[in-house]
Design a protein around this ligand. Structure first.
Ligand SMILES: Nc1ncnc2c1ncn2[C@@H]1O[C@H](COP(=O)(O)OP(=O)(O)O)[C@@H](O)[C@H]1O
Ligand SMILES: [Mg+2]
Length: 362
Protein backbone atom coordinates (compact mmCIF):
# COMPACT_ATOMS: atom_id res chain seq x y z
CA UNK A 1 0.00 0.00 0.00
CA UNK A 2 1.39 3.37 -0.99
CA UNK A 3 0.00 6.77 -0.07
CA UNK A 4 0.74 8.91 -3.13
CA UNK A 5 -0.69 12.24 -2.08
CA UNK A 6 -2.25 13.58 1.04
CA UNK A 7 -3.99 16.87 1.59
CA UNK A 8 -4.71 18.27 5.03
CA UNK A 9 -7.01 21.11 5.99
CA UNK A 10 -7.46 22.41 9.54
CA UNK A 11 -5.77 19.41 11.09
CA UNK A 12 -4.01 20.26 14.38
CA UNK A 13 -1.36 22.91 13.68
CA UNK A 14 -1.67 22.46 9.91
CA UNK A 15 -3.87 25.06 8.17
CA UNK A 16 -3.67 23.72 4.66
CA UNK A 17 -0.98 21.51 3.12
CA UNK A 18 -0.55 19.06 0.32
CA UNK A 19 2.26 16.62 -0.11
CA UNK A 20 3.32 14.08 -2.65
CA UNK A 21 5.10 11.17 -1.04
CA UNK A 22 7.66 8.77 -2.38
CA UNK A 23 6.71 5.09 -2.49
CA UNK A 24 9.84 4.31 -0.48
CA UNK A 25 11.20 6.20 2.49
CA UNK A 26 9.86 9.66 3.38
CA UNK A 27 11.58 11.74 6.05
CA UNK A 28 9.93 14.57 7.94
CA UNK A 29 12.44 16.71 9.78
CA UNK A 30 11.98 19.81 11.90
CA UNK A 31 12.07 21.17 15.42
CA UNK A 32 10.00 19.84 18.28
CA UNK A 33 6.43 21.01 17.97
CA UNK A 34 6.78 21.67 14.23
CA UNK A 35 3.99 19.28 13.23
CA UNK A 36 5.87 16.14 12.15
CA UNK A 37 3.86 13.75 14.31
CA UNK A 38 0.68 15.53 13.24
CA UNK A 39 1.37 14.51 9.64
CA UNK A 40 1.80 10.87 10.69
CA UNK A 41 -1.40 11.09 12.68
CA UNK A 42 -3.23 12.32 9.59
CA UNK A 43 -2.01 9.23 7.71
CA UNK A 44 -3.23 7.12 10.63
CA UNK A 45 -6.64 8.79 10.43
CA UNK A 46 -7.00 7.78 6.79
CA UNK A 47 -6.13 4.22 7.66
CA UNK A 48 -7.92 3.69 10.98
CA UNK A 49 -10.43 6.57 11.08
CA UNK A 50 -8.97 7.78 14.35
CA UNK A 51 -5.94 9.35 15.97
CA UNK A 52 -2.91 7.24 16.87
CA UNK A 53 -2.40 9.50 19.88
CA UNK A 54 -5.02 9.52 22.56
CA UNK A 55 -6.68 12.58 21.08
CA UNK A 56 -10.34 12.93 20.27
CA UNK A 57 -11.57 14.02 16.86
CA UNK A 58 -12.50 17.44 18.17
CA UNK A 59 -9.05 17.94 19.74
CA UNK A 60 -7.60 17.26 16.31
CA UNK A 61 -9.41 20.20 14.72
CA UNK A 62 -7.10 23.19 14.42
CA UNK A 63 -7.71 25.71 17.20
CA UNK A 64 -10.28 28.23 16.03
CA UNK A 65 -11.38 26.12 13.04
CA UNK A 66 -14.71 24.36 12.61
CA UNK A 67 -13.57 21.18 10.87
CA UNK A 68 -10.66 19.19 9.55
CA UNK A 69 -10.53 17.46 6.21
CA UNK A 70 -8.01 14.82 5.17
CA UNK A 71 -7.79 13.33 1.75
CA UNK A 72 -5.43 10.63 0.48
CA UNK A 73 -4.82 8.92 -2.84
CA UNK A 74 -3.42 5.43 -2.48
CA UNK A 75 -2.06 2.74 -4.76
CA UNK A 76 -2.47 -0.86 -3.60
CA UNK A 77 0.28 -3.46 -4.10
CA UNK A 78 -1.74 -4.92 -6.99
CA UNK A 79 -1.85 -1.52 -8.71
CA UNK A 80 -5.45 -0.56 -7.84
CA UNK A 81 -6.02 3.12 -7.09
CA UNK A 82 -7.98 4.06 -3.97
CA UNK A 83 -9.08 7.32 -2.50
CA UNK A 84 -9.94 7.88 1.16
CA UNK A 85 -11.22 11.02 2.80
CA UNK A 86 -11.84 11.56 6.46
CA UNK A 87 -13.43 14.70 7.76
CA UNK A 88 -14.72 15.83 11.09
CA UNK A 89 -16.80 18.86 11.82
CA UNK A 90 -17.52 20.14 15.30
CA UNK A 91 -21.17 20.41 14.32
CA UNK A 92 -21.87 17.26 12.35
CA UNK A 93 -19.24 14.72 13.41
CA UNK A 94 -17.07 12.37 11.42
CA UNK A 95 -17.41 11.18 7.85
CA UNK A 96 -15.26 8.57 6.18
CA UNK A 97 -15.41 7.96 2.47
CA UNK A 98 -13.73 5.43 0.24
CA UNK A 99 -13.71 6.30 -3.44
CA UNK A 100 -16.38 8.89 -2.79
CA UNK A 101 -18.76 6.50 -1.06
CA UNK A 102 -19.51 7.04 2.61
CA UNK A 103 -19.12 4.13 5.01
CA UNK A 104 -22.11 3.18 7.09
CA UNK A 105 -19.86 1.83 9.81
CA UNK A 106 -16.34 3.12 10.42
CA UNK A 107 -15.33 -0.40 11.49
CA UNK A 108 -15.85 -1.60 7.88
CA UNK A 109 -12.76 0.42 6.95
CA UNK A 110 -10.41 -1.15 9.50
CA UNK A 111 -7.72 -3.30 7.90
CA UNK A 112 -8.33 -2.28 4.30
CA UNK A 113 -5.45 0.21 4.51
CA UNK A 114 -3.07 -1.55 6.88
CA UNK A 115 -0.70 0.53 8.98
CA UNK A 116 1.94 -0.06 11.67
CA UNK A 117 3.20 2.65 14.01
CA UNK A 118 6.46 2.71 15.95
CA UNK A 119 6.44 5.62 18.38
CA UNK A 120 7.86 6.77 21.72
CA UNK A 121 4.55 5.96 23.39
CA UNK A 122 5.08 2.25 22.69
CA UNK A 123 6.81 2.05 26.06
CA UNK A 124 3.30 2.03 27.54
CA UNK A 125 3.11 -1.56 26.30
CA UNK A 126 5.81 -2.43 28.80
CA UNK A 127 5.14 -0.12 31.71
CA UNK A 128 1.38 0.32 31.71
CA UNK A 129 -1.42 -2.01 32.62
CA UNK A 130 -2.68 -5.06 30.76
CA UNK A 131 -5.40 -2.86 29.31
CA UNK A 132 -2.81 -1.12 27.14
CA UNK A 133 -1.58 -4.45 25.77
CA UNK A 134 -5.12 -5.63 25.10
CA UNK A 135 -5.84 -2.41 23.27
CA UNK A 136 -2.77 -2.99 21.13
CA UNK A 137 -3.67 -6.60 20.38
CA UNK A 138 -7.25 -5.70 19.56
CA UNK A 139 -6.29 -2.98 17.15
CA UNK A 140 -3.68 -5.19 15.50
CA UNK A 141 -5.82 -8.34 15.16
CA UNK A 142 -8.80 -6.28 13.99
CA UNK A 143 -6.71 -5.16 11.04
CA UNK A 144 -5.95 -8.79 10.20
CA UNK A 145 -9.38 -10.24 10.72
CA UNK A 146 -12.76 -8.56 10.34
CA UNK A 147 -14.55 -11.32 12.30
CA UNK A 148 -12.33 -10.59 15.30
CA UNK A 149 -13.48 -7.00 15.36
CA UNK A 150 -17.11 -8.11 15.04
CA UNK A 151 -16.68 -10.54 17.95
CA UNK A 152 -15.00 -7.84 20.01
CA UNK A 153 -17.80 -5.34 19.43
CA UNK A 154 -20.37 -8.01 20.42
CA UNK A 155 -18.38 -9.03 23.47
CA UNK A 156 -18.02 -5.46 24.72
CA UNK A 157 -21.71 -4.76 24.23
CA UNK A 158 -22.72 -7.93 26.10
CA UNK A 159 -20.22 -7.18 28.86
CA UNK A 160 -21.61 -3.69 29.37
CA UNK A 161 -25.15 -5.09 29.57
CA UNK A 162 -24.16 -7.85 31.97
CA UNK A 163 -22.35 -5.40 34.24
CA UNK A 164 -25.38 -3.12 34.22
CA UNK A 165 -27.58 -6.05 35.12
CA UNK A 166 -25.33 -7.13 38.00
CA UNK A 167 -26.00 -3.78 39.68
CA UNK A 168 -29.70 -4.62 39.90
CA UNK A 169 -30.83 -7.92 41.35
CA UNK A 170 -31.17 -9.85 38.15
CA UNK A 171 -32.95 -13.10 37.43
CA UNK A 172 -30.48 -15.90 36.79
CA UNK A 173 -31.95 -16.67 33.38
CA UNK A 174 -31.36 -13.08 32.25
CA UNK A 175 -27.71 -13.43 33.22
CA UNK A 176 -27.53 -16.72 31.38
CA UNK A 177 -28.43 -14.95 28.12
CA UNK A 178 -25.47 -12.60 28.45
CA UNK A 179 -23.20 -15.41 29.59
CA UNK A 180 -24.01 -17.19 26.38
CA UNK A 181 -23.23 -14.11 24.27
CA UNK A 182 -19.98 -13.50 26.14
CA UNK A 183 -18.92 -17.12 25.79
CA UNK A 184 -19.64 -17.24 22.06
CA UNK A 185 -17.71 -14.11 21.13
CA UNK A 186 -15.13 -14.56 23.91
CA UNK A 187 -14.05 -17.95 22.59
CA UNK A 188 -13.56 -16.52 19.08
CA UNK A 189 -11.37 -13.78 20.53
CA UNK A 190 -9.43 -16.20 22.70
CA UNK A 191 -8.64 -18.53 19.80
CA UNK A 192 -7.56 -15.70 17.52
CA UNK A 193 -5.32 -14.14 20.18
CA UNK A 194 -3.72 -17.53 20.88
CA UNK A 195 -3.16 -18.05 17.19
CA UNK A 196 -1.68 -14.62 16.45
CA UNK A 197 0.57 -14.47 19.51
CA UNK A 198 1.85 -17.92 18.55
CA UNK A 199 2.71 -16.66 15.08
CA UNK A 200 4.30 -13.53 16.47
CA UNK A 201 6.75 -15.10 18.87
CA UNK A 202 9.26 -16.55 16.36
CA UNK A 203 9.12 -13.34 14.30
CA UNK A 204 9.82 -11.12 17.30
CA UNK A 205 12.72 -13.40 18.17
CA UNK A 206 14.13 -13.08 14.67
CA UNK A 207 13.83 -9.29 14.47
CA UNK A 208 15.13 -8.84 17.97
CA UNK A 209 18.27 -10.81 17.13
CA UNK A 210 18.76 -8.77 13.95
CA UNK A 211 18.36 -5.45 15.71
CA UNK A 212 20.17 -6.04 18.92
CA UNK A 213 22.83 -8.65 18.19
CA UNK A 214 21.76 -9.76 21.62
CA UNK A 215 21.90 -13.41 22.58
CA UNK A 216 19.06 -13.14 25.10
CA UNK A 217 16.00 -15.13 24.24
CA UNK A 218 12.80 -13.12 24.06
CA UNK A 219 9.34 -14.49 24.57
CA UNK A 220 5.71 -13.44 24.39
CA UNK A 221 3.21 -15.36 26.45
CA UNK A 222 -0.53 -15.03 26.17
CA UNK A 223 -2.15 -15.21 29.58
CA UNK A 224 -5.84 -16.02 29.72
CA UNK A 225 -8.14 -17.79 32.15
CA UNK A 226 -9.74 -19.36 29.11
CA UNK A 227 -6.67 -21.54 28.71
CA UNK A 228 -7.85 -23.52 31.73
CA UNK A 229 -11.60 -23.68 31.28
CA UNK A 230 -14.16 -22.60 28.70
CA UNK A 231 -15.67 -19.18 29.35
CA UNK A 232 -19.15 -20.66 29.95
CA UNK A 233 -17.80 -22.54 32.97
CA UNK A 234 -15.76 -19.59 34.19
CA UNK A 235 -18.80 -17.31 34.11
CA UNK A 236 -20.95 -19.79 35.95
CA UNK A 237 -18.28 -20.36 38.59
CA UNK A 238 -17.76 -16.64 39.18
CA UNK A 239 -21.44 -15.70 39.25
CA UNK A 240 -21.70 -15.28 43.03
CA UNK A 241 -18.50 -13.26 43.10
CA UNK A 242 -19.78 -11.11 40.24
CA UNK A 243 -22.99 -10.37 42.18
CA UNK A 244 -20.91 -9.14 45.09
CA UNK A 245 -18.53 -7.09 42.95
CA UNK A 246 -21.30 -5.88 40.66
CA UNK A 247 -19.20 -6.49 37.58
CA UNK A 248 -17.91 -9.39 35.49
CA UNK A 249 -14.70 -10.69 37.03
CA UNK A 250 -13.66 -13.20 34.38
CA UNK A 251 -13.33 -13.21 30.62
CA UNK A 252 -11.10 -12.09 27.77
CA UNK A 253 -11.30 -8.50 29.03
CA UNK A 254 -8.84 -9.60 31.71
CA UNK A 255 -6.28 -11.27 29.46
CA UNK A 256 -2.69 -10.13 29.22
CA UNK A 257 0.29 -10.51 26.96
CA UNK A 258 3.46 -11.03 28.95
CA UNK A 259 6.72 -9.85 27.45
CA UNK A 260 9.84 -11.59 28.68
CA UNK A 261 13.56 -11.66 28.11
CA UNK A 262 15.90 -14.46 29.11
CA UNK A 263 13.07 -16.01 31.11
CA UNK A 264 12.30 -12.85 33.11
CA UNK A 265 9.77 -10.04 32.77
CA UNK A 266 11.00 -7.42 30.29
CA UNK A 267 9.69 -4.58 32.42
CA UNK A 268 11.82 -5.48 35.43
CA UNK A 269 14.88 -7.09 33.94
CA UNK A 270 15.25 -5.66 30.47
CA UNK A 271 17.70 -2.78 30.06
CA UNK A 272 16.44 0.39 28.33
CA UNK A 273 18.15 -0.72 25.12
CA UNK A 274 16.68 -4.22 25.31
CA UNK A 275 13.21 -2.85 25.93
CA UNK A 276 13.41 -0.51 22.98
CA UNK A 277 14.74 -3.18 20.63
CA UNK A 278 12.00 -5.52 21.82
CA UNK A 279 9.30 -2.98 21.05
CA UNK A 280 10.63 -2.33 17.55
CA UNK A 281 10.92 -6.11 16.95
CA UNK A 282 7.31 -6.49 18.10
CA UNK A 283 6.14 -3.88 15.62
CA UNK A 284 8.12 -5.42 12.76
CA UNK A 285 6.58 -8.80 13.59
CA UNK A 286 3.18 -7.12 13.49
CA UNK A 287 4.10 -5.65 10.11
CA UNK A 288 5.09 -9.03 8.73
CA UNK A 289 1.91 -10.75 9.92
CA UNK A 290 -0.33 -7.99 8.59
CA UNK A 291 1.46 -8.12 5.29
CA UNK A 292 1.11 -11.92 5.03
CA UNK A 293 -2.50 -12.12 6.14
CA UNK A 294 -3.78 -9.24 4.04
CA UNK A 295 -1.53 -9.68 1.02
CA UNK A 296 -0.82 -5.97 1.25
CA UNK A 297 2.26 -4.32 2.66
CA UNK A 298 1.24 -1.88 5.41
CA UNK A 299 2.42 1.71 5.59
CA UNK A 300 5.07 1.95 8.28
CA UNK A 301 5.24 5.05 10.48
CA UNK A 302 8.44 5.53 12.48
CA UNK A 303 7.89 8.46 14.80
CA UNK A 304 10.91 9.97 16.56
CA UNK A 305 13.06 7.12 15.40
CA UNK A 306 16.13 7.96 17.43
CA UNK A 307 14.13 8.10 20.63
CA UNK A 308 14.03 4.34 20.44
CA UNK A 309 17.45 3.22 19.29
CA UNK A 310 21.04 4.35 19.04
CA UNK A 311 22.64 5.27 15.72
CA UNK A 312 23.96 1.80 14.95
CA UNK A 313 20.65 0.10 15.62
CA UNK A 314 18.77 2.70 13.62
CA UNK A 315 21.12 1.99 10.70
CA UNK A 316 20.39 -1.73 11.06
CA UNK A 317 16.68 -1.06 11.17
CA UNK A 318 16.80 1.19 8.11
CA UNK A 319 18.80 -1.36 6.13
CA UNK A 320 16.17 -3.94 7.06
CA UNK A 321 13.12 -1.88 6.16
CA UNK A 322 14.56 -0.62 2.87
CA UNK A 323 14.31 -4.21 1.60
CA UNK A 324 11.59 -5.61 -0.66
CA UNK A 325 9.48 -7.02 2.15
CA UNK A 326 8.71 -3.55 3.42
CA UNK A 327 6.86 -0.90 1.49
CA UNK A 328 6.27 2.77 2.10
CA UNK A 329 7.75 4.34 5.21
CA UNK A 330 7.34 7.71 6.91
CA UNK A 331 10.07 8.67 9.39
CA UNK A 332 10.26 11.70 11.65
CA UNK A 333 13.26 13.10 13.44
CA UNK A 334 14.22 16.49 14.83
CA UNK A 335 17.84 16.18 13.68
CA UNK A 336 18.15 16.37 9.91
CA UNK A 337 21.89 15.78 9.75
CA UNK A 338 21.73 12.73 11.96
CA UNK A 339 18.86 11.18 10.01
CA UNK A 340 20.41 11.87 6.63
CA UNK A 341 23.81 10.50 7.54
CA UNK A 342 22.26 7.35 8.98
CA UNK A 343 20.12 6.82 5.88
CA UNK A 344 23.12 7.37 3.65
CA UNK A 345 25.11 4.89 5.67
CA UNK A 346 22.30 2.33 5.28
CA UNK A 347 22.41 2.95 1.53
CA UNK A 348 18.75 3.98 1.46
CA UNK A 349 17.09 6.39 -0.98
CA UNK A 350 14.55 8.74 0.49
CA UNK A 351 12.52 11.92 0.02
CA UNK A 352 13.02 14.70 2.54
CA UNK A 353 10.41 17.12 3.87
CA UNK A 354 11.14 20.07 6.13
CA UNK A 355 8.41 20.77 8.65
CA UNK A 356 8.16 24.11 10.42
CA UNK A 357 5.18 25.58 12.27
CA UNK A 358 2.68 23.42 10.44
CA UNK A 359 4.17 24.06 7.00
CA UNK A 360 5.76 21.30 5.00
CA UNK A 361 8.27 21.86 2.22
CA UNK A 362 9.98 19.27 0.12
N1 LIG B 1 -5.89 21.17 17.58
C1 LIG B 1 -4.76 21.86 17.42
N2 LIG B 1 -4.76 23.12 16.91
C2 LIG B 1 -3.61 23.79 16.74
N3 LIG B 1 -2.40 23.33 17.07
C3 LIG B 1 -2.33 22.08 17.57
C4 LIG B 1 -3.49 21.28 17.77
N4 LIG B 1 -3.12 20.11 18.29
C5 LIG B 1 -1.78 20.15 18.40
N5 LIG B 1 -1.31 21.33 17.98
C6 LIG B 1 0.09 21.80 17.95
O1 LIG B 1 0.86 20.91 17.20
C7 LIG B 1 2.19 21.00 17.69
C8 LIG B 1 2.76 19.62 17.89
O2 LIG B 1 2.94 19.04 16.71
P1 LIG B 1 3.70 17.66 16.61
O3 LIG B 1 3.35 17.12 15.28
O4 LIG B 1 3.45 16.82 17.78
O5 LIG B 1 5.21 18.17 16.64
P2 LIG B 1 6.52 17.37 16.31
O6 LIG B 1 7.08 18.01 15.07
O7 LIG B 1 7.40 17.59 17.49
O8 LIG B 1 6.17 15.95 16.11
C9 LIG B 1 2.17 21.71 19.00
O9 LIG B 1 2.73 22.97 18.82
C10 LIG B 1 0.71 21.77 19.32
O10 LIG B 1 0.39 22.92 20.02
MG1 LIG C 1 6.67 14.34 17.30
Amino acid sequence: MVLRDISLIGFKNIAEQQLTLSEGINCLVGDNGAGKTNVLDAVHYLSMAKSMLSMTDSQSVRHGDEFFMLDGRFTCDDGRAEQVSCSYSRRSGKTLKRNGKEYERLSDHVGAFPIVVVSPSDTALISDSAEERRRYLNSFISQIDRSYLTALIRYNAALAERNKLLKTSPAEDMLAIYDRMLADSGEVIYRRRTDIIGQMTPLVEQYYALLSEDREKVEITYRSELAERPLTELLLASRQRDFVNEYTTCGIHRDDMVLGIGGYPLRKYGSQGQQKSFLVALKLAQYTLLSEHRGERPILLLDDLFDKLDMRRVAQLLALVSGERFGQILITDCNKVRLQSTLDRAGATYRLFNVSEGEIRQ
